[in-house]
Ligand binder design. Sequence first.
Ligand code: PLP
Length: 372
Amino acid sequence: MVKFLDLKKVTALHGDEILQAVSDIVNSGWYLQGEATRSFEKNYARFIGCRHAICVGNGLDALSLILRAMKETGRLLDDSEIIVPANTYIATILAITRNGLRPVLVEPLKDTLQIDHDGIRKAVTPKTGAIMIVHLYGRNAFTPEIEAICRETGIPLIEDNAQAHGCRFRDGRRTGSLGLAAGHSFYPGKNLGALGDAGAVTTDDDELADVIRALGNYGSHRKYEFRYKGVNSRIDEIQAAVLDVKLRHLDADNARRLEIARYYDTHISRRDIEIPRIMPAGENVYHIYPVLSPRRDELLAHLSSRGVGTIIHYPVPPHRQEATRNDFWAKGKSFPITEMIHSRELSLPISPAMTLEEAAEVADAVNSLPAS
Ligand SMILES: *Cc1c(COP(=O)(O)O)cnc(C)c1O
């Protein structure tokens, strides 16, 4: 039996250090906006390669506060358009709609599953305020072509790095440091996961960092003085301390994910199961190991009968959700590549706590799907 994700085992990998960190905070009597948060922010900023890391309540808030801060500083207008991949988790889109901005959905490429740069180019208008890329599944989505579009047009790049902590662009820079600002989620199941909700923004922009820090703390720069109508979006000291521990092991944990992934790459062989384009080691931190199959639902049932847990990322694309389907950017729109991915995608188990024996069990189970 192989679970899709055994979080208990993932935590146990660094269990002693985590328990010590939690107990230190409990005994310190200081639970918000203290030493642990400052320490993690400093270490995470250095890890990503940015001047600033600002911790917030979760990944959605991180993305949303970046856009809000861009509005507050006059870099986005009320009717600005934000270019975003059509195949993403809904949070990316909600960060845009929450700010009253206009999502402009762009299809991914079939082989990489990442936003198509030609599609971005065609979607640019005088109202484009930002290009938001998503390093979906842990795969770097940044390309020299996207870099060129941003350079030529002056449109800022924002990264959704919720699924790709530790990933790199081919020149060695980490995802999360490639644009104006990036949103990170530390939801427990992410590569760098807390024991609850948490998130962060990274940026090199001093002004943006300053505004985001205020916005997440009721809009206050100084105690009891409020420049903005802000929100309460902060990180617990306990979560910051846990993340500081796990950050030290992140590269090693991601290396373990890569080993599992390479096992699947070389041991899964079927004509009716497609593995998305394999990327150089550093450019994919394998948050998810997706495969595509026209027989997805059969494969899911077959794996389940063999005791292998899987999840679909994601069964319904954002533009087809009940919550959004009457929105102007979704209604009557069709995104065939996105819809194909959503109808064929299945995620196999992967985590730093998995063994190669378990990976073999999964690969055998996949390969034993009866021919149709
Ligand atoms: C998890 C996730 C988010 C949101 O993060 P939360 O911490 O759950 O708010 C945003 N974008 C993507 C791509 C994600 O996977």
